[in-house]
Write a protein of this length. Structure first.
Length: 324
């Protein structure tokens, strides 16, 4: 009998192949558990907390800068893209969320897929929504993807489909997709990246000149005295191109805000608060809130202008909140 020696390299290659095959089998078995949730309810017999109404339509259009006349007047309809807004549960959520969805998320958490990011949504519109319409909805777990590797990390895409109805008639469908993932290992620390530079042009150069001198300048139309911010080449009230500036006192209040929880990005350290600040002069501007924890920022919070040195070449106007 002749004995044959096995080369060390071949042994290592075979071991690696076996390990890869075992990992793939584990991934397939886990996905089978996840796929069992497909078709189960994510929300049942949901009801909108408010009927479709003119104030919410107005706020939406103002925020979006959408002046379409179809959204005002006696025959007004709601902007189609507001479809999901009528189903939102607010800070307290809805009581109609299904335990199946929570079980699915818990299963993913238990497997190490503890991070989440919204990836995209799709909407279909079947009939317009009008003020007074009472919204009902049901949601279903439509699909759970096999394991995917993304730049953020490895995980599974979960898609839910929500059917929105009025008086039993299907008005639209909203699909929402998230990625539940295990964050990828972070690369070794690199030198701090610079904050993106503002775009300075002939229309806003004066504003940045003021920031350099620690002044917050607001444009004022010299024809009708309307204040405007951000800076524009002409008056949005009378269209006059002539203007001068007034210096803001720096006092203001938080009119609205969001807390940013985006993935790691050079020169930014989430979470942090970004607010729409209403200045004492009556105009509003967007900036960061400093001086208070991001989760203590509230609408109506008094704030005061300060200038934040970001790096040797960039200084930005921000607003310090009062913790009192």
């Amino acid at each position: 009998m002749t004995a044959r020696a096995t080369k060390p390299g071949a042994v290592a290659a075979r071991a690696a192949t076996d390990a890869t095959s075992a990992a793939a089998d584990d991934a397939d078995r886990f996905h089978a558990l996840l796929a069992a949730f497909e078709g189960r309810p994510a929300a049942t017999d949901g009801r909108g907390k408010d009927a479709v109404n003119e104030p919410m339509i107005r706020h939406w259009c103002e925020a979006m800068g959408d002046a379409n006349p179809a959204y005002t007047g006696p025959d007004a309809i709601a902007p189609p893209t507001m479809l999901q807004a009528w189903t939102m549960g607010g800070l307290r959520g809805h009581a109609d969320r299904s335990s199946s969805y929570d079980e699915l998320l818990a299963l993913l958490d238990g497997a190490g897929f503890t991070s989440v990011v919204a990836t995209d949504c799709e909407q279909e519109y079947l009939r317009p929504l009008r003020p007074g319409d009472a919204i009902t909805f049901d949601a279903v777990i439509e699909s759970v993807s096999p394991r995917k590797t993304t730049k953020l990390g490895t995980g599974h895409f979960v898609t839910t489909r929500m059917d929105v109805r009025v008086d039993g008639e299907l008005a639209g469908t909203h699909r929402f997709r998230i990625l539940k993932y295990a964050p990828a290992a972070r690369p070794e620390a690199k030198p701090a990246a610079q904050r993106p530079r503002p775009v300075i042009n002939r229309d806003n150069e004066g504003f940045w000149d003021g920031v350099r001198d620690h002044k917050l300048l607001i444009q004022r139309c010299t024809s009708c005295a309307t204040l405007r911010f951000p800076w524009l080449p002409g008056c949005n009230a009378c269209a006059s191109p002539d203007w001068d500036t007034v210096e803001a006192s720096g006092a203001g209040t938080v009119f609205s805000y969001v807390v940013m929880h985006h993935p790691a990005f050079p020169a930014f350290s989430p979470p942090y608060a970004v607010a729409l600040v209403e200045l004492a002069e009556g105009v509003r501007m967007i900036s960061n809130i400093t001086g208070v924890p991001y989760d203590e920022v509230r609408i109506g919070l008094p704030v005061q202008l300060e200038f934040l040195r970001v790096d040797d070449a960039l200084e930005l106007p921000v607003f310090r909140g009062s913790e009192g």
